[in-house]
Design a protein around this ligand. Sequence first.
Ligand code: ADP
Ligand code: ZN
Length: 728
Amino acid sequence: MDELKNKLKEVFGYDKFRGNQEAIIKNILAGKNTFVIMPTGAGKSMCYQLPAILQEGTAIVISPLIALMKNQVDQMNAFGVNARFLNSTLSKSEINKIKRTTLEGEVKLLYVAPESLTKEENVDFLKQANISFAAIDEAHCISEWGHDFRPEYRRIKDIIKQVGQLPIIALTATATPKVQLDIQRNLQMEGADIFKSSFNRDNLYYEVRPKKTVKKQLIKFLREQAGKSGIIYCLSRKKVEEIANFLQVNGIKAAPYHAGFEAAVRMKNQDDFLNEEVDVIVATIAFGMGIDKPDVRFVIHYDVPKSLEGYYQETGRAGRDGLEGNCIMFYSYSDILKLEKFNKDKSVTERDNALILLEEMSSYAESAMCRRKQLLHYFGEEYSDDECKKQGKCDNCRFPREEYEGKEFVKIAIEAAKQTQERFGMSHLVSVIRGSQNQYVKSYSHDELPIYGAGKDKDEPFWKSVVRQTLLNEFLIKDIENVGVLKVTEKGHGFLENPFSVQLTKNHDFSDTDSDEDESNEHPSASGGKSHDPVLFDLLKAERKKIAKEKNLPPYVIVQDPSLEEMATTFPTTTEALSNINGIGMGKVQKFGGSFLKLIQKYVEDNDIDIEDVVVIKSSGSKSKNKIYIIQQIDRKIDLEEVADEKGWTMSQLLDEIEMICYSGTRLNLDYYLEQFLDEERQEDIIDYFLTAESDDIDDALEEFEDEDYSEEDLRLMRIKFLSEHAN
Ligand code: ADP
Ligand code: ZN
């Protein structure tokens, strides 16, 4: 019996088996069908690698990802094991060589993509070869209830049958009871021995936050995690790029990753992440498969994922080394609705399936029950939340919500399932309980049941939450055959006879969240100008007045109010921080910055303000491209009409842009353009006016120059010249 261990040591250098590995390997060696469900990183591959080495002939390994295949084969070869792969990346002669050596009995492991497996010439070849068994990796791809359905996986069994009477080992890192059944049925291995490890990852912390001011929350969180590695998942490529750019602008070492980038870019960003050149990868779900970075310290879901199964898989990439791993999801119900809309072009069944997965997602997010308990329940695992509660390893356990006595409510929920013959799902049960008048309820005459309307004084979310908790407490159970249907368990029947106290919690309220962050009305570079410190603001204003007097300039030329507000929000105490304030370029920092800085430093000190705590976010500014373009054109002395034409703007639109640039502190020299239509004298007149004016309001200026024939554009141009020369 120690032969196994010796081989493990000899080939792989490991001293002992992990978890179920040994039992699984023995099962395969005995020629039995085997089903392995093990979380990522637990060591699934070993379960087929070692038996393949020990047995005569070649084991075939069916695996969906060509990229991973090469990796695995390289690893095996490094251990001195003869492994090869067959997929579409190989040349004809390479394929022939692999086939030849396989037929000669040299190859121990042959990895095959499902597409290649179905090719006739390959089937013929496999028939001739001496195949020991077939391993089907990522077996959840068989089920449309999994998170990564691949139709070609459904043909695997047929092909294997043609090859011969082979034992099958199916492996996956995620399988709900439903998916598990699908896999077994499809592979015709209902009688297989199942080896299921616990999915609990007790080092991971789960949290769901309302999707509000996400960017601000992100920056705050990422600053606390400075230097640590993490992944941020977004649903769209566009969002990935936006967030990566936003993080970069805010000084975080981040890189984007999605399937739309060229392979070279993807490879570089992935390598940079692995080599810790970048801390944060912002990615679609395309990222992470086969990434084996052990010290990913956080996984953030910026958008709500499409299924709990996918969610769990993605969060699983955190803390593989067993140390800290923070999993944070930003949730908003409108994200769920958005995802539903994406499905509208799918077939009815597909749409219904997707909908059920989304409902699971939203009830998970909104529930105040232990996250871990819910996740594990989803994978068919019973978990008492004592440990999570003790250690505060999920938000709901760390900050428990008030509980209420749920005995009567649970009774109603179970009764509703029972009286409707255990043939309906959550929504229908809630309709019956609440006494809804809908067609569906009537058509089944459920409005005549004793339980009908028993809970009409509570709203729908309340009852949904009760039914869900009744399910999580195992009084009800999901019917595997009929998706969505809830049946009463033994425990549930017992409860109806002998009810006892059950503590329930109220759901979280996410009703005021929104998937599209409304940050448009915020000052572009401030965390929201509303929350400035009024005392500091007044001090800054007084300082501005003083400087203006000294320099003999109107106060607005020094800095404008929004910039002062921003200073009173973000407390810049260094020249660099000050130059980051919108409306203050380096020129201004040098001209007027010193006294503001001194004032703010003193204020921060006197009032014990912790500037580390102040979260400032800068928007990534889609405008910056225009900015660079305009500055270049002006440097090259291009006529402004031409610039406007080129961009398809009116002159006024161009001036809007130029003013923005100017107000953000950049000096622009428009003399080459102004000279063409305003002589020196007239220019001086206007400059003199701005030097003494109360404000730089254009209407005031137009009024002042009523008698001259200056256009609004002339005055705006002169104002830009004036501000560039005196303010910036
Ligand atoms: P999975 O496929 O389940 O995600 P892998 O098969 O990639 O996991 O294994 C994860 C890691 O654990 C690999 O680095 C593998 O070499 C290692 N490993 C597997 N079995 C053992 C063992 N018995 N002892 C030590 N390390 C092991
Ligand atoms: Zn918990």
